[in-house]
Design a protein around this ligand. Structure first.
Ligand code: HEM
Length: 527
């Protein structure tokens, strides 16, 4: 037995020795080949690749690691803003992707369907592509014509009672309750959270015909569904194969949640059709009804139930966080700029009596400074901070003197555009006066995108923002809590009040909302 063991161990040693001996030359050969290929790759990327002469960091010309890392850390909007300041109108984000901030170029890209949306948008598909994710220009044109009537001013006016009920009325109910139970007559609330719930409730009521009462109950299943939908889309953005085997195994919970969300959307559409068929209700004026009735005037095509579901769910995803975060940044900037806060509050209280409910039309007509504050907050801190990805078509395209071959990914840099030094002086500074009574200036921001795929919900968003912020400033006084980390006197390296750190998932919000978005409210004095 001992001899057998000895023999076996000697044989094993010899085998290991021979195995290494044989592999050594191959290892060197492989390492050598990898080195040579890497050197060739680096030389090609830096000196010969089509995008090699475009400004950008060396690492961005070699890999997409820098962009991906910023995306994972939630810093992509800061990255695209700072890269604009340091590199200018065009810069490389990865070996096959550039970001463009030049206003004329951005308009060229967005004004027609030549530069289609990139594959990345597929992450937002429902059971089928929706108005946001579809890439085909023809299909997009039809869908935009079908849903267009929902966002016409006359229809938005008809929806205003729901916007007010789920918006400012719900906020006042919540805040008044807090104040009533506070002996000091003051209460500290987290405005980011409340704005978020309120926009879920508004789009939920308009898009599904149901009240979710997320603000009253502090959370609803809708909030989780939308969070999960976004996470799934982010996974697809980070890795295009994320939804397929084997990575899909890791995303099973999110996929199940998305299925539940879509099933809910489908049930809402079916219920509405059934209620109308039975004559239980009069045709409501809301987004769901437009989706059901929406007809392309050219082809006369209406949407199937699956298409209605794809749309009402994407309205919720695209229309909730965007609006609530814009309100969050606006209030944050007002609190950091007391002179602006006092001016805008004075405007609201001068124009409207204390117990008057301000409607959108009234606010828009009589509160130009408030409107300017919202636009300035959308300019300086656009919630849609990711460079919007488009693809260079056959034949290529030239921007800023650089030829970009077909297939190059073009990121339309919203942050770069909104901070463009050719348009704005002191672009980092919060100065609402830039927009005061200047309708043209409002076209010089890309926060709602522009051109053929411009945000269709932009006026609806303004209905929500104007009615909520105007009535809020009229009815409550706001002040920062004593332990606030971000105050008017704490300045950044450019001499502006330091803003709370941001985090970009699909939209740009506060990184620590519970810490940084607290505000002390008190009932405004009678006047
Ligand atoms: C302040 C609020 C909002 C902001 C900042 C905003 C911003 C944007 C931006 C930048 C885009 C273009 C995205 C891209 O091409 O990658 C977009 C598209 C879109 N938005 Fe909004 N949005 C807001 C509110 C809303 C609302 C309330 C709705 C609807 C309920 C909505 C529905 C959509 C839809 C459906 C698209 C896709 C349009 C298309 O591709 O043809 N948005 N939005």
């Amino acid at each position: 037995m001992a001899i057998y063991d000895l023999l076996l161990s000697n044989l094993r040693l010899a085998a290991e020795y021979l195995w290494w001996q044989e592999l050594v030359p191959y290892t060197w050969l492989t390492a050598g080949a990898v080195c040579v290929i890497s050197i060739i790759y680096v030389i090609y990327c830096l000196y010969f690749a089509p995008l090699c002469n475009i400004p950008g960091s060396t690492i961005s010309k070699l890999t997409s690691a820098k962009m991906n890392l910023h995306a994972i850390l939630g810093l992509i909007s800061e990255f695209s803003e700072e890269e604009y300041y340091s590199r200018g109108d065009i810069f490389t984000m990865s070996p096959n992707a550039v970001a463009i901030s030049n206003p004329a170029d951005c308009r060229t890209i967005l004004s027609t369907h030549r530069f289609v949306k990139s594959e990345m948008y597929a992450g937002f598909d429902g059971h089928e592509p929706n108005i946001f994710s579809m890439r085909s220009p023809d299909v997009s044109r039809v869908r935009r014509r079908q849903v267009g009537p929902a966002f016409a001013n006359s229809y938005l006016n008809d929806m205003e009672p729901i916007i007010l009920e789920c918006g400012i009325h719900a906020i006042k109910e919540k805040w008044n309750k807090e104040l009533a139970s506070s002996p000091s007559g003051m209460a500290t609330i987290c405005y980011a959270l409340h704005f978020s719930m309120v926009t879920f409730d508004i789009i939920g009521a308009l898009g599904f015909g149901q009240r979710f009462n997320a603000l009253r109950d502090d959370k609803s299943k809708m909030v989780r569904w939308v969070e999960d939908y976004n996470k799934l889309a982010m996974a697809r953005l980070a890795y295009s194969g994320a939804h397929s085997f084997p990575t899909n195994l890791l995303l099973r919970r999110l996929m199940k949640s998305k299925d539940e969300f879509l099933a809910f959307g489908m049930a809402a559409a079916e219920l509405r059709r059934e209620q109308l068929r039975r004559g239980d209700i009069e045709k409501p004026k809301d987004l769901l009804q437009i989706l059901i009735d929406g007809q392309d005037p050219d082809s006369k095509a209406k949407m199937t139930d699956t298409q209605v579901t794809a749309e009402n769910t994407i309205f919720m995803v695209a229309g909730s966080d965007t609006t609530s975060l814009t309100m969050t940044w606006t209030l944050h900037y007002l609190l950091l700029h007391p002179e602006v806060y006092h001016k805008v509050t004075a405007e609201v209280r001068r124009e409207f009596p204390r117990h008057h409910l301000i409607t959108y039309a009234e606010g828009k007509a009589r509160l130009p400074y408030l409107d300017a504050c919202i636009f300035e907050s959308m300019r300086v801190r656009p919630v849609s901070g990711v460079p919007m990805p488009r693809i260079v078509p056959e034949g290529g395209a030239t921007f800023q003197g650089h030829f970009l071959p077909a297939g190059t990914m073009l990121g339309v840099n919203v942050c770069g555009f909104n901070h463009h030094q050719g348009i704005w002086s002191n672009p980092r500074q919060f100065i609402p006066e830039r927009f005061l009574n200047d309708e043209k200036a409002k076209n010089n921001i890309l926060t709602f995108s522009a051109g053929v795929r411009v945000c269709p919900g932009r006026v609806l968003a303004q209905y929500e923002m104007i009615t909520i912020i105007a009535n809020m400033l009229k009815d409550y006084d706001f002040s920062l809590p004593a332990d606030s980390l971000f105050t008017p006197n704490r300045l950044d390296k450019h001499g502006n009040p330091l803003t709370m750190p941001r985090f970009q998932s699909l939209t740009v919000g506060p990184k620590y909302p519970e810490r940084d978005c607290r505000v002390v409210i008190a009932a405004a004095p009678e006047y």
